[in-house]
Structure formats: structure tokens, C-alpha cells
Design a protein around this ligand. Sequence first.
Ligand code: TXA
Ligand code: MG
Length: 315
Amino acid sequence: MKNIFDANLDNIKKAAEVIKQGGLVAMPTETVYGLGANVFDAKAVASIFEAKGRPAFNPLISHVENIDYLYEYAKTDDRVIALAKKYWPGPITFVLNRKDDNPALDLVCAGLKTITVRMPNHKIALELIKQAGVPIAAPSANASGSISPTTAMHVYESLGNKVDMILDGGQCNVGVESTILDLTGKNMVLLRPGGITKEELEEFTNEEVLVTSKSPDLPKSPGQLLSHYAPNIPLYMNQNNRNQDNQALIGFGNMECDYNLSKTKDLKEAAANLFAYMKAADKSGKFKSIAVASIPLDGLGTAINDRLTRASYKK
Ligand code: TXA
Ligand code: MG
């Protein structure tokens, strides 16, 4: 049976319940359909990566229906507020510095010190977020490597029943993903072009907008820009025992350790805990290094191993 539902208020309420209970809902936005989960539910966020079949974790956009989340979780300044007030709701996403270290948001933020937020200009998405009572983390609702969906049927063709509900809001009218603007530094940097142009942004702010591909010292695409999270102390992967003094052991499965990614070897649970545990071990002050048990290379295990490889100690 197709899991596509007409986006009337009843079905939006049902979808909001799915979100609250940790499920996945594909929602229309003005740009493309998003594959949504509760931003604060790391296990639900892990299932987004699982459903997309992504071999790596990327930071996700938090979709909001009011500006309060920004004040609470991001560092804001006059420029951020002015841009949000001017363009939201609308097809522009801001990369901002995180205000706190809420571990619930670590997977959404891929362990980075930045948080990425947008307010979609779409009645159905806004109503869903409002009914769910939480911001919704959502990448484009397509399997990794295929193109972004602009109809409910595209989502169904790409993800099938890996998503609990697909809300059908017809065709997305913008059809290309949002502009992504990095506001974490002194200069604004355009990470992804979209509906709102560089020229428009420059005219509104009276400031130059740098473009990643034009500056030799700036990386070319969002994926490349990510300075991947790595602990300050050395991390060794594929270790099932401690092999140094004062070493934290992050375990997997039924074993003695300081932090257990998942006692039952549930990869979704492990993905949900990964960043928070790496950070906790790093910051505790008790440890000089971190050992992480081996994680199988199937399903979400691929993304977990990818991230551990990036975080691991290289001489
Ligand atoms: O229009 C859109 O933006 C759609 C709809 C669903 O809102 N969403 C979307 O999400 O395109 P996604 O995950 O497919 O693309 C977001 C891009 C990714 O390339 C990600 O790496 C980048 O934004 N990104 C997110 N947070 C970032 C950050 N903190 N720093 C750099 N790049 C970031
Ligand atoms: Mg995408």
C-alpha cells in the first residue's frame, strides 16, 4: 500500500504524532520535499540517514515555524535577525554558531559547532512543525545519490515504505533546494546557490557575500566545507579493549566500557549516541585517549565507521 496521504488537517495531525513518536514523515516545502524527524530525537534522526542509505553523516537543516528556536539554540546578532526577518519564511537556510552543547542536537549538527536552520514558506510544512511542537530535521527526501523530489510520488519512488507517512502537497513551486548562507564568520559565505541570490543578499545587507568556489582558500561545496568533528584527544577505532592508561572505552554490545553505543548492538541507537559519547569522553578531563569498539560495516554502520575514521588518530 502506498503511504501517500492527502495533506488535510487530520492527516497533518496524524503526521505530527508520527514525528512525536520518533517516526519519519516526508513533507512538502516550497523548495523540495524533506524527509523529516524530531530534531531532539537522535534515534529518529539516525533513521533519516538509514532511510536515505547515506554512507556518511551530514549536518541537517532544522525546519522551524517561528524564530524562537534560533534564540534558544543559535548565537544570533543583528545581521542574523535582520536576514531571518526579511527572508523567512522562504527558501534560505542559515548556518549559525551553536549556542550550547545540547547533546540531543549532536547528530543533527553532525557534531559540529554550527546549527543550520530554515523556515519553509509552505503552509503544510509550517502546520506540521506547529502540530508536532518541535523543529523538524529534514534533508531532501530522496535516497542518497538520486535527485531531490518535488512531488509526493517522487518521494515514494525513491524511499517507498522507509518513510512512515508522505504528506502530499502537490508539486513544490521553487523546485530547487534553498540557498545556504554561512553566517558564522565575519563575512557571509554562500555555500549553496538557490532561490535567493547573492546579489539580493548583498543589496539587502550592504555587505559582500563570498562564494565558496570563487575563493581559493574556501572549499567548493558544503560537504567539503565541514571541518569534521574530531576529539582533541587521540581516538583509536576497532579496539575491543583499553590499550593505554586513562583511556575511555566506547563500547558496542554487551561489554564492560565507559560509554556503550548500544548494548543490544542496535546501529540506530549507536548512531544516535555516537557524537554525544565522543564529546563526553573528550571533555570529561579524565581520559587521555579514546578507544572505540569495532562497529559492523552494514547499514548505518558504514556512516558510523566513516565518522570514526575521520575522528581517529593519525600520526
Ligand atoms: O531546500 C532545502 O534546503 C531542502 C528542504 C527539504 O528544506 N533541504 C535540503 O537538505 O536540501 P539537504 O540535507 O539535502 O542539504 C543541506 C545541505 C547539505 O549539503 C549539508 O551538507 C549542508 O546543507 N549543510 C548543512 N549544515 C551545514 C553546516 N553546518 N555547514 C556546512 N554545510 C551544511
Ligand atoms: Mg539533498
